[in-house]
Design a protein around this ligand. Structure first.
Ligand code: AMP
Length: 416
C-alpha cells in the first residue's frame, strides 16, 4: 500500500512550488521596501513560551497545539505561530531596538482540516519591535495592502479595530460579562466557556446564532481609554491620508490573547476560499516583551496565510523557460552536449534529450517539463550549422544559425 501524507498536511508539487516561490519573492520585495530583514527561528520551542504568550484561553492553546515530551524529557511544542519565537529571540540576543523583521515558514495547529485550513501551513509575517506608533501601525497595514495589490488580488478588504489595553478592558469585560449572563440560554457551549475565561474571545465564535447575537454585544472599541482612543483615531486618520481602503469592524478581535490597541485583518471575497476567507491579520502587542521578562516595549506585526493566498490566486500556469535539445541521432549527441553547455553558460536553463528517446518522445518530455523551446539537431543541421528552434508557447519554428542561438533565445521580442 502506498503511504500518503498525514491528514491536514499538503505537498507542494513542482507547479505549486513555483507559485509559492513567486508569492514569497513578492513578499520579500514588498517588506524590503519598508526596511524589514529576515529572521529565522526554530519550528519548535519550549511549550511554556506559547502558554505565556498566545494565551491560555485561545483556541490555539486549548485545542490545537502539537505538544510532546522529547527524549530528553523537555516539554516541546511545534510552533503554532511565529511571534512568540521572534520576541524570545529579540530578548535572548538583546537586539537593538527598534527592529523590523520578517519571516516565512511552516506553522502547526491541530485543526479540523478543510480547504484553506491545514495542520501544517505556511505563514509570511512581519514584526516591528520598539516602535510606539501610530505611524508604524499604518505602515504595517499598508505593507499588507501593497503586497496583495502587487499579487493582483483586488478583492481583499482590510478590517480594522482597536482592542484597547489593560486600562480600558476591565470595564468592557464587566459589561460584556453581564450581556453574556443575560443571554446565557442563547449562546453555544464553547462561548459559555469563553464567557468564564475571557469574554472577549466570544467574538471569535463561528456559530451563526452567536455571531448574530453578538452584533448587539458591548464592543471594546466603544470603551477605549483616552490614550487608546487618540492612538486609534490617529491610525484611522493616517489610513485615510494614505488612501488605504479599510473598513472599521467592531467585532474583529483576532484569535490571540496578546493583542493590544490596533488589530486588523485582511479578508478576501474570492470564491476559491469559501469560509476560510481571512488571508491574514495582526495587531499591536505592547505587553508581550514585558510579559517575557523584558522592558516595556511596544510592538506590532501581522501573519498572512500562504496557502490561502495561493488559493485566492487560482491554479498556477506553468512558467515555461527552459530549452530542450533533441539530437536526432545518437551520433549527434556530442553536438547536443556542446549546445547544452553553451546555453547553461549563458544562464539559459537547458536540458538534453536522452538518446534512447526518439523525436516524438522527446517533444512529449519537453512539453511535460514545461519547456519554452525545443532545438532539433539533425545531421543536415550539423553540416550547415543551422538548428531548428521551436517555440512551444507560440507554436512557431525557425532555422537559426548556430552562432546566433543565444542571441535569438535571449532576445525574445524578435523571436517567432
Ligand atoms: P493567525 O495566526 O491565527 O492570526 O492567522 C493568520 C493567518 O494565517 C490566517 O488569516 C490564515 O490566512 C492563516 N492561517 C491560520 N491558521 C491556518 C490554518 N490552520 N491553515 C491555513 N492557514 C491558516
Amino acid at each position: 500500500m502506498i503511504i500518503s501524507n498525514p491528514k491536514g498536511t499538503q505537498d507542494f508539487l513542482p507547479l505549486q512550488s513555483g507559485q509559492k516561490h513567486l508569492v514569497e519573492t513578492r513578499f520579500r520585495e514588498t517588506v524590503g521596501l519598508y526596511g524589514f530583514s529576515e529572521i529565522v527561528t526554530p519550528t519548535f520551542e519550549h511549550t511554556e513560551l506559547f502558554l505565556r504568550s498566545t494565551g491560555l484561553t485561545t483556541d490555539i492553546i486549548t485545542k490545537q497545539i502539537y505538544q510532546f515530551i522529547d527524549k530528553g524529557g523537555r516539554d516541546i511544542t511545534l510552533r503554532p505561530e511565529g511571534t512568540p519565537g521572534i520576541v524570545r529571540a529579540v530578548l535572548q540576543y538583546n537586539l537593538k531596538l527598534p527592529v523590523r523583521m520578517f519571516y516565512i515558514g511552516p506553522m502547526f495547529r491541530y485543526e479540523r482540516p478543510q480547504k484553506g485550513r491545514y495542520r501544517e501551513f505556511y505563514q509570511l509575517g512581519v514584526e516591528a519591535v520598539g516602535e510606539i506608533g501610530p505611524d508604524i501601525d499604518v505602515e504595517i497595514i499598508e505593507i499588507g495592502s501593497r503586497f496583495f495589490t502587487g499579487l493582483g488580488l483586488k478583492d481583499v478588504i482590510t478590517k480594522v479595530n482597536s482592542v484597547g489595553c489593560a486600562v480600558c478592558r476591565p470595564k468592557h469585560r464587566t459589561e460584556l460579562g453581564l450581556f453574556l449572563e443575560r443571554n446565557k440560554a442563547k449562546i453555544c457551549d464553547d462561548c459559555k466557556g469563553r464567557a468564564e475565561r475571557n469574554p472577549m474571545r466570544i467574538f471569535d465564535c463561528k456559530e451563526a446564532t452567536c455571531q448574530e447575537l453578538y452584533i448587539n454585544a458591548p464592543k471594546i472599541v466603544d470603551y477605549l481609554c483616552f490614550d487608546c482612543q487618540q492612538h486609534f483615531q490617529s491610525v484611522l486618520n493616517e489610513l485615510v491620508e494614505r488612501k488605504i481602503p479599510f473598513e472599521l469592524n467592531k467585532m474583529m478581535v483576532r484569535g490571540l490573547d496578546y493583542y493590544t490597541r490596533t488589530a486588523f485583518e485582511f479578508v478576501s471575497s474570492s470564491s476559491e476560499l469559501g469560509a476560510q476567507d481571512s488571508l491574514g491579520g495582526g495587531g499591536r502587542y505592547d505587553n508581550l516583551v514585558e510579559d517575557f521578562g523584558g522592558p516595556k516595549t511596544p510592538a506590532i506585526g501581522f501573519a498572512l496565510g500562504l496557502e490561502r493566498i495561493m488559493l485566492a490566486l487560482g491554479t498556477p500556469r506553468p512558467i515555461r523557460k527552459a530549452v530542450y535539445i533533441i539530437p536526432l541521432d545518437p551520433s549527434i549527441q556530442k553536438q547536443g552536449k556542446e549546445l547544452l553547455r553553451l546555453l547553461r553558460n549563458a544562464n539559459i536553463p537547458a536540458l538534453l534529450n536522452n538518446p534512447d528517446k526518439n523525436l516524438r518522445a522527446g517533444l512529449g518530455i519537453a512539453d511535460n517539463l514545461a519547456c519554452e523551446y525545443v532545438i532539433i539537431i539533425g545531421s543536415e543541421e550539423v553540416k550547415k550549422q543551422i538548428y531548428t528552434v521551436k517555440n512551444l508557447v507560440k507554436r512557431t519554428q525557425k532555422q537559426v544559425p548556430q552562432n546566433q542561438i543565444i542571441e535569438v533565445l535571449t532576445n525574445k521580442e524578435n523571436q517567432s
